[in-house]
Design a protein around this ligand. Structure first.
Ligand SMILES: *Cc1c(COP(=O)(O)O)cnc(C)c1O
Length: 388
C-alpha cells in the first residue's frame, strides 16, 4: 500500500482555473458550444492562415476540453494531452497514428477485450499484425520487438491483474525504436506515471477513475508534444472521436477528488482482497497488492481485482444475493460492482477467447467502491453464506 504521499501537487487540481473571469467562479464555466464566431473578416482569415490560435469549431479546439487536457497532461507529467469521446476512441486514434499496412504491433496479453478486438478486426483488415507476449517475460518482449512499430501495454491487466515492470519494458521498446503506449486506467496517475518510467504515450479510459462518478464515457492520450502532434494532425480531427465540453467539465470535477478517491479504493480493496484470500471458499485472489512487492513504478493499487471461487460455490446465488455490490460492467466510480467470469465467457463478441483474456470460469471481478470496507465485507460474507 502506498505511504500516503501524492506524487504531484494536488493543490493544482483544486484551485480555480478561471481566476479573473466569469465572476471568479470556483467551478469553471462550460464552453458548451459547437462553434465560435469571428468579429470580422480579418480575424477569420488570420485564424484560417494559422496566424492566430483560437477556437473555431469544437471538434478541433474547445476551451473546456483544453482545460481538462492540460490538467491531465500535468498529472501524467506529459507535455500535452488530447481528450476523446471514449477510451476506445483514444486507443484506436493513438494506435492508428503510428501504423500503416504491413506493420506489426506487439501487445501484452490480456489487454482490455475491446482493444484486443480492435487489433483482431479493423487492424487485421488493414494488414497490421499483432504479436501477443506475456508482459512479465522480458526476454519474450525483447524477442518480439524488433521490426515492430508500436508496443502496446496495459499494467496491471484488467481481469487477471498481471503487473509488469513498465520501466524495463519501455526501455526495451526504446532500444528497438518502437513507440510504447500504455493503458493506465487501472492505476491512474495517482499510482503510476508511465511517462516518468520512459513510456511514450499514456492512454486512459477516463470513464473509470478520472471521471470517478460513473456519469461519463471519455478517454485521453498524453505524451510528448511531438507524438501528440502526430495524433492531433489526423486521427483526432478525422476519426473525430472528440471529447464533449460537458463531459470534459465533468472530468475536471472528477479530477479534483482523484487522489483521495484512489486512496479510499486502495484501502478498502486491499482489505477485502486479504480477507477473501484467507477465506476457505476462495481458491485464488488476483490482486497485485497481495504479492511481496509491487513492480517498480507502481506505487499503489486501486479498487479493481478478481478472485476465483473453489469448485462447488453457486456463483449465480452469490451474485444475486449481494446487495451493495451490483452486477455491472465498467468500474472506477463510487459504487461497488461485480462481474462473474462465467457470464463474460458467454459473450458473443468476436474475436473472443477465454484464453486470450485469462478469465477463469469460477472467477468473479470486483470493483470495490466507496461504501466503506465493513459494509462491503458484510455484504460479501452474507452472499457467500447463501452460495455455499
Ligand atoms: C473501459 C476500459 C477501456 C475502454 O474505455 P471506454 O471509455 O469504455 O471506451 C479501455 N481500457 C480499460 C482497461 C478499460 O477498463
Amino acid at each position: 500500500m502506498s505511504d500516503g504521499a501524492i506524487p504531484f501537487d494536488a493543490a493544482s487540481l483544486i484551485v480555480a482555473h478561471d481566476e479573473g473571469n466569469a465572476y471568479d467562479a470556483v467551478v469553471p464555466p462550460i464552453a458548451q458550444t459547437s462553434l465560435f464566431t469571428f468579429n470580422d473578416y480579418d480575424e477569420m482569415i488570420a485564424s484560417y492562415r494559422g496566424e492566430k490560435v483560437r477556437p473555431i469549431y469544437t471538434r478541433g479546439l474547445n476551451p473546456t476540453v483544453r482545460m481538462f487536457e492540460e490538467m491531465l497532461a500535468k498529472l501524467e507529467t506529459a507535455e500535452d494531452a488530447l481528450g476523446f469521446a471514449s477510451g476506445m476512441s483514444a486507443i484506436s486514434s493513438a494506435v492508428l497514428s503510428f501504423v500503416e499496412p504491413g506493420d506489426r504491433i506487439v501487445a501484452v496479453r490480456h489487454v482490455y477485450p475491446d482493444a484486443f478486438r480492435l487489433f483482431g478486426t479493423i487492424l487485421q483488415r488493414m494488414k497490421i499484425d499483432v504479436t501477443y507476449v506475456d508482459g512479465r517475460d522480458e526476454e519474450a518482449v525483447a524477442r518480439a520487438l524488433p521490426g515492430a512499430k508500436v508496443f502496446y501495454m496495459e499494467s496491471p491487466t484488467s481481469w487477471v491483474m498481471e503487473a509488469h515492470d513498465v520501466g524495463a519494458l519501455a526501455a526495451l521498446a526504446k532500444q528497438h525504436g518502437v513507440v510504447s503506449m500504455i493503458d493506465n486506467s487501472w492505476a491512474s496517475p495517482v499510482f503510476q506515471q508511465p511517462i516518468t518510467l520512459g513510456v511514450d504515450l499514456v492512454i486512459h479510459s477516463a470513464s473509470k477513475y478520472l471521471g470517478g462518478h460513473s456519469d461519463v464515457v471519455a478517454g485521453v492520450v498524453a505524451g510528448s508534444r511531438e507524438l501528440i502532434a502526430r495524433i492531433k494532425a489526423e486521427a483526432y480531427p478525422y476519426l473525430g472521436g472528440k471529447l464533449s465540453p460537458f463531459d470534459a467539465w465533468l472530468l475536471i470535477r472528477g479530477l479534483r477528488t482523484l487522489p483521495i478517491r484512489m486512496k479510499a479504493h486502495e484501502a478498502s480493496a486491499l482489505q477485502i482482497a486479504r480477507r477473501l484470500n484467507a477465506h476457505d471458499v476462495v481458491e485464488q485472489v488476483c490482486h497485485p497488492g497481495l504479492t511481496n512487492a509491487l513492480p517498480p513504478g507502481l506505487t499503489g493499487t486501486s479498487g479493481l481485482f478478481s478472485f476465483i471461487f473453489r469448485e462447488g460455490v453457486d456463483i449465480r446465488a452469490f451474485a444475486d444475493r449481494l446487495r451493495l455490490f451490483k452486477l455491472g460492467v465498467s468500474w472506477g466510480g463510487h459504487e461497488s460492482l461485480i462481474v462473474p467470469g462465467e457470464v463474460v465467457l458467454q459473450q458473443k463478441a468476436q474475436p473472443n477467447s477465454a484464453q486470450t483474456f485469462g478469465i477463469h470460469a469460477r472467477s468473479v471481478r470486483l470493483h470495490v467502491g466507496l461504501e466503506g470496507t465493513e459494509a462491503l465485507w458484510s455484504d460479501i460474507e452474507q452472499a457467500i453464506a447463501i452460495a455455499t
